[in-house]
Design a binder for this molecule. Structure first.
Ligand code: VG1
Ligand code: CO
Length: 549
């Protein structure tokens, strides 16, 4: 892969980049920005100078296959060798899903991993690229580490790299670069072994091959090869089960965000057609999941609650759950399940990094976010295919349809009507002034009426980590109503064009109430009231959200 002749270079920068502040999940910028001379190298240098254990350590590297993936891996390998890393583990063609990367870090006792992905953002020359850093526990780097990396990048003067011929072929084998080993492995085997240890593959296989047809959409992103191996080779489903199964540099023009807007073809197959009993999709890097049944969509907040309530269907969790956690904007559906099970439920800020300490301290087994992310203590990332298998295991055990499972859940626990409205690509100044205006209004809102209810509390969410007592402020505006309903407003930390405003709605109906409404209708009074209070349509000029979940 690399020639034996090499030179070690120290490349001087004229001036450092000052915009390398990681967001909710890694550093995300346009692909063109990452193509700028020294841009990627500068961020990698800041990582290699901040991450503990670099000299003599093992580093996992891979990505979701988008444009720039292989070039970035090549650069990281050459910089890792210049920094004294002992071994880089990467994969055939550089294809590695985020949850599989988390697993590789853990089983190889690596110091961490670098995942090349802008996740659910579009790819290609006109799309986005991203760099995510995970630590030695396999999870996203903590806020304190990403702050340290950002501070380092602002004063960076030079970076170290090895210059040599490389043929950019990522085929199986062990190679040497200077005194470092580069091991290229199959990125799928270890992940599937882990899945086999958690789920009952025989039960799932016999169920889906007996009149329970399933379909999976990889949206031309990283999960294609995983899904083919899983569903077709291991579970015996037909080859047509996996749609858009070859990772493409621009995702074939698809936006690999598994929701009803961007995975519309799959949604139509399930919601309008009757060929399949179950459908699912994952995002660019394979950590998100969307679940559909015939004629029904499973809201991710409900999905987390249903997994928790049915944990005993899955051999890997049969011993019980230590606790659960959800991000603040995720609905409280899982809270009532936790109460029923007699276990703790934690509420964290948005972003998977906040679950890490709770998972490491064995305080939780399952966790999730409303943004189509669910996971457990098997890795330290959310895991799209794991969630699909969890659902299939429940369906195979209960022998019920997705809609029956959901209805029975609501009949027992009540229903948390829930929706998220995203307003994408708003001019940054408009979004910031809307947000700060609402933020300033919060103290005056308490005891005011709102959507026919009374505002019990209004604040900006802050979080004290129960394990290390670290405090995280300003995590989203909350309007909490006297009947338990909530309206939340946040600005996205993953978008790259202008700003994205996210508005979240939740309202509870007990099991003897009307659990059959359309969520948009059930939540309509909350939707109208926040629009008039925060002047969303007036200030953005948008008459409707870009995406409704
Ligand atoms: C979004 C989601 C958040 C998720 C994050 C990363 O962040 O809301 O729940 O953890 O994306 O997911 P934001 O700041 O845009 O709301 V992924 O699949 O991009 O790693
Ligand atoms: Co993702």
């Amino acid at each position: 892969m690399f020639s034996t002749e090499f030179t070690q270079l120290t490349v001087k920068l004229n001036s450092p980049f000052t915009d390398q502040k990681p967001g909710t999940s890694g550093l995300r910028k346009s692909t063109l920005q990452f193509e700028e001379t020294h841009y990627l190298e500068s961020f990698i240098e800041s990582i290699l100078c901040s991450l503990p254990g670099v000299r003599g350590g093992v580093l996992v590297v891979g990505g979701d296959g988008r444009y720039g993936n292989k070039r970035a891996i090549d650069i990281i390998i050459r910089m890792a060798a210049a920094h004294g890393i002992q071994k880089v583990i990467t994969t055939v063609d550089g294809i590695l899903s985020t949850p599989a990367a988390s697993n590789l870090i853990r089983i190889n006792k690596a110091i961490g991993g670098i995942i090349l992905s802008a996740s659910h953002n579009p790819g290609g020359l006109e799309g986005d690229f991203g760099v995510k850093l995970n630590g030695s526990n396999g999870g996203p780097a903590s806020e304190s580490l990403t702050d340290e990396i950002y501070n380092y990048s602002k004063n960076l003067k030079e970076y170290k790299i090895i210059k040599c011929q490389s043929n950019n072929s990522f085929s199986l084998g062990k190679y040497k670069l200077a005194s470092m080993i580069v091991e290229i492995i199959d990125g799928i085997d270890d992940y599937l072994d882990l899945m086999k240890r958690i789920f009952d593959f025989d039960l799932i296989s016999s169920y889906i091959n007996n009149d329970f047809p399933i379909v999976f959409d990889a949206l031309n992103a990283v999960t294609g090869p995983y899904a083919k191996r899983l569903f077709v080779d291991h579970l015996g489903a037909t080859a047509e089960t996996v749609r858009n199964g070859i990772p493409l540099e621009d995702f074939g023009g698809l936006h690999p965000d598994p929701n009803l807007t961007y995975a519309k073809d799959l949604a139509d197959l399930l919601l309008k057609g009757n060929l399949f009993s179950f459908g699912a999709a994952c995002d660019g890097d394979g950590d998100r999941n969307m679940i559909l049944g015939r004629g029904c969509f499973v809201n991710p907040s409900d999905s987390l609650a249903i997994l928790a309530a049915n944990y005993d269907c899955v051999p890997g969790y049969a011993k019980g759950l230590s606790g659960v956690a959800r991000s603040m904007p995720t609905s409280s559906a899982v809270d009532v399940v936790a109460k029923h099970l007699g276990i703790n439920c934690f509420e964290t800020p948005t972003g998977w990094k906040f679950f890490g300490n709770l998972l490491d301290a064995n305080q939780i087994t399952l966790c999730g976010e409303e943004s189509f992310g669910t996971g457990s203590d098997h890795v330290r990332e959310k895991d799209g295919l794991w969630a699909v298998l969890f659902w299939l295991q429940i369906l195979a055990s209960k022998k019920k349809s997705v809609s029956e499972i959901m209805k029975n859940h609501w009949l027992f626990f009540g229903r948390h009507y829930y929706s998220r409205h995203d307003y994408e690509s708003i001019p940054t100044e408009v979004a910031n002034s809307l947000y700060s205006r609402l933020s300033n209004m919060l103290p005056t809102l308490i005891d005011e009426s709102f959507a026919g209810r009374t505002i019990k509390n209004a604040d900006d969410f802050s979080y004290t980590d129960p394990v290390d007592s670290s405090i995280t402020l300003n995590q989203g505006l909350r309007i909490l109503l006297d009947d338990g309903s909530r309206v939340l407003v946040r600005l996205s930390g993953t978008g790259t064009q202008g700003a994205t405003l996210r508005v979240y709605f939740e309202s509870f109906v007990p099991s003897d109430g009307d659990i059959t409404q359309d969520p948009q209708l059930a939540l309509d009074p909350l939707i109208k009231s926040i629009d008039s209070l925060a002047e969303i349509s007036k200030r953005t000029g948008m008459s409707a959200p870009t995406v409704i979940t």
